[in-house]
Design a protein around this ligand. Sequence first.
Ligand code: NAP
Ligand code: ZN
Length: 329
Amino acid sequence: MIHGYAAMEPEGDLEQWEYDPGDLDKDEIAISIDYCGICHSDVHLVDDDWGVSSYPFIPGHEIVGTVSSTGADADRFDQEDRVAVGWQAGSCGMCEWCDVGKENLCPKQQPTAIGRNGGFADAINVAERFAFRVPDDLDGERTAPLLCGGITMYTPLRQVDSSDRVGIVGMGGLGHFGVQFADAKGCHVTVFSTSPGKGSDAEELGADSFVHARDTSAIADEALDFIISTVPAELDWNAYVDALRPEGRLCNVGAVPGDISVDARKLLAGKKGVIGSNTGGRKEIEEMLAFVARHDIGAVVESYDITDVNEAFDRVRSGDARYRVVLSI
Ligand code: NAP
Ligand code: ZN
């Protein structure tokens, strides 16, 4: 049996719960979990904000652990190898997107903790294709959150280069990775935050400037090439379009509950674009793990034992976490 903490109903507390994962499939590995990050998407799923949750279910999709057994055809890993698992646990493996390592765009992708159980638990079984070797010199606790929060920022930032001026809106779990990645790529980095107290942290993480995100005219005064918004709420989108230089892109990754509405004239005048992005494919995750090992990038962690999972979860739900809450198991 696998022992974890499950949501029993929308917005409910997480409760101790166990399930039988069944026999290991031929292509699966069993992982004994050491760490699992808490992403804001876990909050959306527990609360059923997206209408896709079924209960009980164990959340968690930012996992680092060690391989405890391997299926008959699973030969990528040996027992005791250290591996990580992120948002995705499966894809068709045959479509045009899977072919090029963009499994996050596969129409049949299977998330780790939707319709199945995730990482707030002592173990998980997962297809070996969706487990990633953790480089030896990376700390497991700092690395777990990279598997969703990190890759969600790394993938869109692959399209910027060192001459670009990058903006990060919302410095939470995702945002604090965005600052580190953009800085490591040599970009000028501006953080837009509603929390003035995060200014010194932003600078330490590599930001060059810090703008109060409630000050619309200060936002619009910026001149940036690429802005990523991580905020799970409505914003003054036009102010961020104004903050773009010609041909700039505003990329949203936050689970905004409604529409993103911008003045069409602002887009055509500056040939600007509004785009979205989600997590990343297997190739991009492997590339990111090599990149973070080279640049000493990782989560700034608030550590909690899994027995305090509800207290830990509330840190994320309330928006107080700085910057990623990680459960030790
Ligand atoms: P988080 O740690 O809670 O950070 C969100 C940050 O947004 C907060 O720290 C805050 O930053 C800012 N913020 C929150 N509420 C706000 C509001 N009402 N107005 C303005 N700013 C606000 O969350 P996260 O884990 O980074 O996740 C962020 C969003 O991304 C969630 O919706 C999550 O579901 C989504 N997500 C998407 C993907 C994807 O593939 N696209 C992957 C993972 C997560 P400041 O204090 O700096 O203002
Ligand atoms: Zn996530």
